[in-house]
Design a protein around this ligand. Structure first.
Ligand SMILES: NC(=O)c1ccc[n+]([C@@H]2O[C@H](COP(=O)([O-])OP(=O)(O)OC[C@H]3O[C@@H](n4cnc5c(N)ncnc54)[C@H](O)[C@@H]3O)[C@@H](O)[C@H]2O)c1
Length: 262
């Protein structure tokens, strides 16, 4: 038994850029057939084209994880292209920096809809496809270290990531009897456009005074001595999509270079 994902048909949501893109590139580099799904169809297609250019197998599809019809269509298009679905990475997410007492109901609903409900819908629709195929299959959700600790001023974001950890556990209990493994990864401080936005948010809220201050502050005590690059998440993603992790479910793995030790 190894960690091969050769020929596996795998969807990664939010993979037009950032962590999702690196996960998809890692999977494709290991021989998987990947579907780059993003609300921005142009980045989805550009990422898929880059993977094909590097000799990999990929298609790009515009999809909104908060829209069940869109997720159903994404899975149907994947099955039409690759014949089946072997793994679903529910990775799309957004962040917003706001001081605790300033978070509005609209802020709450926007973050929870994409980060938590989007993962719920992704698990539901992927598991239906897996069961229709006869069982088995891998679901990997992107949570966060903010799914293990609540960070102020990212309270609603943290709540959404605790929800991802909870959905991962509940779905593992629901679908174990079908041989479906459901796990999550919890990245730390990853240098992506999202962190540029978080860093700007800290400055806009008056919590920091210069660019990169929040990013550097959060990264200062990382045991391995540097913030994460998106490709730091590729290896664990390949493992969780492969048969090497077949006896593992309901787990949320922290991959943060040593920030949150639990
Ligand atoms: N960057 C970090 O430090 C960090 C840390 C922990 C967890 N995460 C999580 O990792 C995931 C990816 O983050 P990132 O840093 O790559 O962010 P990013 O903003 O760089 O990329 C997110 C991608 O998701 C897409 N997206 C947004 N809403 C969508 C929707 N409704 N449907 C489909 N796609 C949508 C965006 O278009 C974008 O391409 C998120 O779930 C995030 O919460 C990030």
């Amino acid at each position: 038994m190894g960690n091969s994902v050769e020929n596996r048909s795998i969807i990664v949501t939010g993979s037009g850029r950032g962590i999702g893109r690196s996960i998809a590139e890692g999977l494709a580099g290991a021989g998987a057939r990947v579907v780059i799904a993003d609300i921005d169809p142009a980045t989805a297609e550009a990422t898929a084209a880059a993977i094909r250019g590097a000799g990999g197998n990929a298609i790009g599809i515009g999809a909104d994880v908060t829209d069940r019809a869109s997720v159903k269509a994404l899975i149907a298009a994947t099955v039409a292209e690759y014949g089946r679905l072997d793994a679903m990475f529910n990775n799309a997410g957004i962040a917003q920096v706001k001081q605790f007492n300033d978070i509005t109901e609209d802020d709450w609903h926007r973050v929870m809809d994409i980060n938590a409900m989007g993962v719920l819908i992704g698990i539901q629709e992927a598991s239906k496809q897996f069961i229709a195929q006869g069982g088995g299959g891998k679901i990997v959700n992107t949570a966060s270290i903010a799914g293990k600790q609540g960070y102020e001023p990212l309270a609603h974001y943290s709540a959404s990531k605790f929800a991802v950890v909870a959905l991962t556990q509940a779905a593992a209990r629901a679908f174990g009897k079908h041989g479906i493994c459901v796990n999550a990864i919890c990245p730390g401080v990853v240098a992506t456009d999202m962190w540029k936005l978080i860093d700007k948010g800290f400055k806009d809220e008056g919590l920091t005074s210069h660019d990169n201050e929040a990013f550097e502050g959060f990264s200062a005590d990382i045991l391995l001595g540097r913030p994460s690059r998106p490709d730091d998440l590729a290896g664990v993603s390949i493992f969780l999509a492969s048969e090497g992790s077949d006896y593992m479910t309901g787990q949320s793995l922290v991959v943060d270079g040593g920030m949150v030790l639990i």
